[in-house]
Design a protein around this ligand. Structure first.
Ligand SMILES: Cc1cc2nc3c(=O)[nH]c(=O)nc-3n(C[C@H](O)[C@H](O)[C@H](O)COP(=O)(O)OP(=O)(O)OC[C@H]3O[C@@H](n4cnc5c(N)ncnc54)[C@H](O)[C@@H]3O)c2cc1C
Length: 217
């Protein structure tokens, strides 16, 4: 019997788990955070809300479009703006979509995977919390430096050459609470307002916050 262990319950892990479950394969997810979503992150700002990770997503395949149509039908997602490759947003903040996707999945949060091993035909996932989870297959979804850390802690020999080629650049996100309403174009976002800022989003105009808050990325 296959039992897949997925490290990370961000959008990648959640969608992979849903697909495996649909195919009748037993699957569980482990995430080091206290909740699911990873970089699909939404934060409370007093009475308001701000998405401080992904702001929107686009659809590039028919299969994904079918999923998105279901999420629209379930009132989890709506089109934010754009006609050619529309930008979709989660109606209650991007993290709410992750929580909705996690609903019928087996997710263990507050579990930081530290190392893996392979014995007796199964993988063992060792957590910082001193638990061992067993799986026939493992999918890693954290950013590559975090996957490297797990592999470097493991006795298991793994080919890390592709992981080493992936580069991540740091970025700062600032959330600014305003005491007056402002309007940014038709949709509440400015793209590339300066060389250092990729995007400014007004979460009140986006419709996820009762009060005006801006996110600078
Ligand atoms: C500021 C910002 C803005 C962005 N804007 C957009 C956008 O507008 N549109 C877009 O499409 N994309 C955007 N992105 C990119 C998008 O957010 C990511 O590509 C996507 O969310 C990544 O999802 P993921 O599941 O692959 O990884 P993550 O969301 O990073 O999930 C990985 C998960 O692994 C967990 N984890 C890590 N290490 C361990 C461990 N050792 N044990 C257990 N769990 C572990 C983490 O807690 C996390 O939940 C943005 C990203 C940022 C940071």
């Amino acid at each position: 019997m296959r039992r897949v262990g997925i490290v990370g319950a961000g959008i990648t892990g959640l969608i992979a788990a849903a697909e495996l479950k649909k195919a009748g394969i037993e699957v569980f997810l482990l995430d080091k955070s206290k909740s699911v979503g990873g970089r699909m992150a939404t934060r409370r700002v007093e009475d308001g809300r701000a998405d401080h990770g992904a702001q929107f997503f686009t659809v590039r395949s028919n299969e994904f479009q079918q999923d998105v149509n279901k999420w629209i039908g379930d009132k989890e997602v709506k089109k934010w703006f754009g006609d050619h490759h529309p930008r979709y947003q989660s109606i209650n903040g991007m993290n709410a979509l992750a929580k909705y996707l996690a609903k019928n999945l087996c997710v263990y949060v507050n579990r930081k995977v530290q190392a893996i091993d392979f014995q007796n035909g199964r993988y063992q996932l060792y957590t910082e919390e001193n638990e061992i989870f067993e799986a026939t297959d493992i999918i890693f979804t954290p950013p590559s430096p975090q996957v490297m850390e797990i592999l470097n802690n493991s006795k298991l020999q793994a080919d890390k050459s592709i992981l080493k080629t992936l580069k991540f650049s740091p970025c700062l996100v600032a959330i600014v609470k305003l005491y007056e309403e402002v309007l940014y174009g038709d949709h509440g976002q400015l793209t590339n307002p300066s060389s250092a800022i990729q995007r400014i989003v007004n979460d009140q105009q986006k419709g996820i916050s009762k009060t005006p808050s801006l996110v600078y990325i």
